[in-house]
Design a protein around this ligand. Sequence first.
Ligand SMILES: NC(=O)c1ccc[n+]([C@@H]2O[C@H](COP(=O)([O-])OP(=O)(O)OC[C@H]3O[C@@H](n4cnc5c(N)ncnc54)[C@H](OP(=O)(O)O)[C@@H]3O)[C@@H](O)[C@H]2O)c1
Length: 443
Amino acid sequence: MTDLPPLRLGIAGLGTVGAGLVSLLRENGAAIAERSGRSVVLAGVSARSPAKDRGVDLSGIPWIANACELARSDAIDVYVELIGGEEGPALQSVEAALEAGKHVVTANKALLARHGIYLAGLAEKQGLALNFEAAIAGGIPIVKGLRESLLGNSISRVYGILNGTSNYILTRMQREKLPFDEVLAEAQALGYAEADPTFDIDGQDAGHKLALLAALAFGVRPDFGSIHLEGIRRIEPFDFDAAEELGYRIKLLAVAIQTEEGIEARVSPTMIPKTSALARVDGALNSVAVEGDYAGLIILAGPGAGARATASSVAGDIIDIARDHISPPFILPVSKLRQQTRPGMSSHEGGFYIRLSVYDRPGAIAAIATRMAEQDISLESIVQRRAPTDLPGFGRPGNGAQSTPVVLITHRTREERLRAALDAIVEDGHVSGIPQTIRIEAL
Ligand SMILES: NC(=O)c1ccc[n+]([C@@H]2O[C@H](COP(=O)([O-])OP(=O)(O)OC[C@H]3O[C@@H](n4cnc5c(N)ncnc54)[C@H](OP(=O)(O)O)[C@@H]3O)[C@@H](O)[C@H]2O)c1
């Protein structure tokens, strides 16, 4: 070890991740000191309730009630923000730390997806680190992969399963053939889903992570507002059965892809081939894939959350600072990051799964096929299935006609063409309810 002074940490937030980090530093401190070339010490902690038992030894560590005060304290070199939330104490304390010349490590994707450019600007001005490995896919080292190992590549697509809660729900729905509401209630009872699960199941959490991934992969400003978000609430057990027969799995997939019109970035339920690596990423696991022109397809998988896995990523970021390994948060200086152009989903190109509830009348299927042909959409398959009793929108409507589910798989087409065809099909009156559409991603 060298004669470098210890690196002094101030940790704000002692919940799942903060307590996990304290435990990691206590357990692996000696090895970390050896690898960093200097010791890493806890110089201050902050949380809301000083009396709470956090299952870790905090004895001898100064308690600073106010996170901003800790962030500015002369007693620390690195401020570790593990409070969470995109505004309030997380934003204020990170701002305070950077203004006071402290390096920052955070696991907070919401904060960076909203304020990443502003905070990266503050860090850059003073040559400080703003490290966030744990903010994307918990324990998976994708930020370092993009920031360092893959820098020699031009990246064409980055995608992944970035939210463990929705992946857990979709996996249970697929395996147990249970409806969404039932699985969600079960996940909440087991503590896998929050009481308010909106953030996870409606795509925002994965969207925050995708905004950061896209910035790192494509040299653009992180822009959460430019991400198209669709959640998993509308997926029915019927769709899993159909996917199974057709050779697909349904995942909440986050994709950012360089197209001629800009960077298309979306989080939506997506059918992916059953044979692909991501199709086997089940339960609460996460996975991230990067396509580089020289590296080819790189796929990482592992725990996307949890005290230990997330603390592992935070510790890696701290060790980088201890080794004086500091690089711009989003690879390029802020002034060089491009403003993202948002092509919008109408220009998306790909295959689609469509489920229609078609009235049992002569000519209905032929009329649907005609509407598709009018938009130059070619169909890979069209299958009429027996109506399940529990699928909403099926059965005998007021006019006496029975409706049955019809599943169509399209070849590659432009999304605006598909929407136009479906509008015409609904207008023709051959279907009841709203067509279900799920994008198919070729992997
Ligand atoms: N949990 C994961 O697996 C995971 C994975 C990846 C990234 N992350 C990110 O890591 C961050 C922390 O998540 P978490 O799951 O550890 O959250 P958490 O368990 O809810 O912990 C939050 C902590 O922040 C403290 N806190 C709240 N307001 C504060 C304030 N004004 N000043 C100081 N401390 C304050 C809380 O104090 P009290 O304990 O006293 O209430 C608590 O200790 C979030 O940004 C999250 O998105 C989490």
